[in-house]
Design a protein around this ligand. Structure first.
Ligand code: THU
Length: 141
């Protein structure tokens, strides 16, 4: 979060990431909205992590695809996110919701790239002046 350049920015295979996101989207559990979402991201060590949305009868407890992606990141070895995309049931790129932009910010490298409805953007562009881990540092022991 200290510089504006994402590592690997020249090497990101957005098509491969979208394919992973589409595969994840097909695993979505969406009996209420019928709106499957799949997300995929490149991690700092080069592996790809993905996730799908998992809904709940209480509606508000629905897990967005980004939630399961972040869990997958940590369950498969940790690291940070370098590049991210997410798609709907038609395979079209969609924007992460506001809550998920915050979620992604927490686990992003500085300048993480996102494929968005308006092209490739950095995490700072989609959640400007974000509150994040550094804002808590002065209070940690
Ligand atoms: N959804 C996601 O999984 N990620 C987003 O960033 C936007 C919304 C899901 C939540 C819900 O299951 C469905 O899309 C409709 O809102």
């Amino acid at each position: 979060m200290s510089d504006d350049t994402a590592p690997f920015s020249g090497e990101i295979d957005w098509g491969a990431l979208r394919t992973e996101a589409e595969d994840a989207m097909r695993k979505a559990y969406v009996p209420y909205s019928h709106f499957p979402v799949g997300a995929a991201a490149l991690a700092t060590d080069g592996r790809i992590v993905s996730g799908c949305n998992v809904e709940n009868a209480s509606y508000g407890l629905t897990l967005c695809a980004e939630c399961s992606l972040v869990s997958a990141l940590h369950m498969s070895g940790g690291g940070q996110l370098v590049a991210f995309t997410c798609v709907n049931g038609d395979g079209d790129v969609i924007m992460p919701c506001g809550r998920c932009r915050q979620l992604l910010y927490e686990h992003s490298v500085a300048g993480m790239l996102l494929e968005t409805v308006s092209g490739i953007r950095t995490i700072d562009e989609v959640i400007p002046d974000a509150f994040g881990p550094r804002d808590l540092q002065q209070y940690s022991a």
